[in-house]
Design a protein around this ligand. Structure first.
Ligand SMILES: Nc1ncnc2c1ncn2[C@@H]1O[C@H](COP(=O)(O)OP(=O)(O)OP(=O)(O)O)[C@@H](O)[C@H]1O
Ligand SMILES: [Mg+2]
Length: 448
């Protein structure tokens, strides 16, 4: 049962009210504001009925002010002798939840109390979610001003139901941030549906996203809910939103405006309630000038915007990230020494793949290190340009399709052997040294 506290000095009124309320609520009383304030601290009621004309001590409005200040989540219903619009307005301005006249029907009291209690539950739930968010924001590592600002923005975005567009280079944490916003929002316990727009085949887009009815096209052997429908009550995260086709853009816009979707092959619309989060590594403004992204959709998506700076612009985060990833992947070795030269070398890198690339570079370096110091050499860093160890070893080779890269690599390897061994003896001796036949060596020499 919910707890109510009635703060009122009129015994007769309180007795009468208790008769009407005590069946549905656990009621407590206080006959002065001072006593009432103490009771609120001790009982932690779910709602307070507060008399406007308290006889002694603090006035009703003074008590209201204190309650709002000390217990912002507690709904307070102001109770007055007679109907006065001015009093009501003043009380509501200070922060009363609602307002009742003493001689109002007791059913009206019950109704207002029930509404107030419902609000209290939502507020409490939100407070729990916000505390959970503060905790999970700890997963977002970094000491830079950029990260601190991001945390504030995530908090703000989580408090609203607005559409948020998250921009940032690959690997900066867009997906992670979308999840944090969802988890900290009022929808946090409902589904989070992560959709990578560019990963869905174009022909299947409508049926994947909006669902389909059985038999609506060849291969539609059963009725299937679309991703939007799965996100009902929760959050739909559209990753790589810049890749939406023009048709998909129009459809998304109408869905957002109407709140209705229709499965492929269906005759009826379905109402869905979802919050949209979007991410892109592209510059949507440029896409608009190029005529490939709709401006109206862009405005709709940009109700709230979060930009994550690339790692190279916030190298203050490097030490914390380095420690975090060592701890995460090599918990037994988290006491490894991290000399300043290592941090400095890492801070000079370009990190095109941002935090994701940084994480795998740290993993590789930790595999290589044999000493109890992590040095720049373990990272196979280039001179400001390079990136992961693999790229340092194979350079631009990985830009090519694998088969071509393999041929190029073989060619480089052959050249390296020739440079090193050719001319130091007879062809026969050279072939033996390299470990190939004389015929093969002849072919190599011809090609070179
Ligand atoms: N500030 C951070 N603290 C801790 N981990 C982070 C941080 N930023 C990113 N990461 C981690 O880096 C990896 C990449 O992040 P995420 O997948 O969210 O990036 P993204 O921007 O969505 O990348 P993409 O453009 O490829 O979709 C994830 O493992 C994520 O947990
Ligand atoms: Mg992502």
């Amino acid at each position: 049962m919910d707890n109510l506290l009635i703060i009122d000095d009129n015994e007769e009124f309180v007795e009468d009210l208790l008769l009407a309320l005590k069946r549905d609520f656990m009621c407590y009383t206080a006959d002065t504001g001072e006593k009432g304030l103490v009771q609120v601290d001790q009982l932690e009621p779910d709602l307070v009925l507060l008399d406007y004309d308290l006889g002694e001590g603090k006035s009703g409005l003074e008590v209201l002010e204190l309650l709002v200040e000390r217990h912002p989540e507690l709904p307070v219903v102001m109770v007055t002798k007679e109907n006065s619009a001015r009093t009501a307005v003043r009380a509501m301005k200070i922060g009363a939840f609602d307002y009742l006249v003493k001689n109002a029907a007791r059913e009206e009291f019950v109704e207002v109390i029930r509404k107030g209690l419902a609000l209290h539950r939502v507020r409490q739930e939100n407070a729990v979610l916000r505390r959970a968010l503060s905790k999970s924001l700890g997963r977002l590592i970094g000491d830079s001003e950029a990260i601190r600002a991001l945390k504030r923005e995530i908090h703000e975005a989580a408090r609203t139901d607005l559409c948020v567009t998250i921009t940032g280079e690959t690997g900066t944490g867009k997906t992670m941030i979308a999840r944090l916003i969802h988890e900290g929002s009022a929808r946090g316990r409902k589904p989070f549906v992560d959709v990578n727009v560019s990963a869905i085949e174009r022909e299947l887009f409508n049926s994947e996203v909006y669902g389909h009815e059985k038999g609506s096209f060849t291969g539609a052997t059963g009725t299937k809910k679309g991703l939007v429908e799965l996100a009902d009550q929760g959050t739909l995260f559209l990753d790589e939103i810049g890749d939406l086709t023009p048709e998909a853009q129009i459809k998304l816009l109408t869905t957002m405006e109407s709140g209705l979707i229709r499965r492929v092959g269906a005759l009826q619309d379905i109402r869905v309630d979802f919050r949209l989060l979007a991410a892109t590594h592209q510059d949507l403004e440029t896409r608009i000038t190029e005529g490939v992204f709709r401006q109206d959709l862009y405005y709709r998506l940009n109700q709230f915007r979060i930009r994550i700076p690339p790692l190279r612009e916030r190298s203050e985060d490097i030490p914390a990230l380095l420690r975090y990833f060592i701890q995460k992947h090599f918990p037994g070795r988290s006491d490894i020494e991290l000399p300043a030269e290592t941090i400095e070398a890492l801070a000079r890198q370009e990190w095109k793949g941002n935090v994701r690339e940084f994480e795998s570079a740290v993993q590789l370096a930790m595999v290589r290190v044999r000493e109890d110091r992590l040095l720049p050499s373990h990272f196979a860093l280039g001179d400001g340009k390079p990136t992961s160890a693999a790229e340092a070893d194979f350079g631009s080779l990985t830009d090519q399709p694998f088969n071509e890269a393999r041929d190029l690599l073989m060619e480089r390897l052959r050249k390296a052997y020739l440079e090193r061994y050719l001319g130091q003896g007879s062809m026969k001796e050279t072939a033996e040294r390299i470990g190939i036949s004389r015929e093969v060596l002849h072919r190599w020499v011809k090609k070179a």
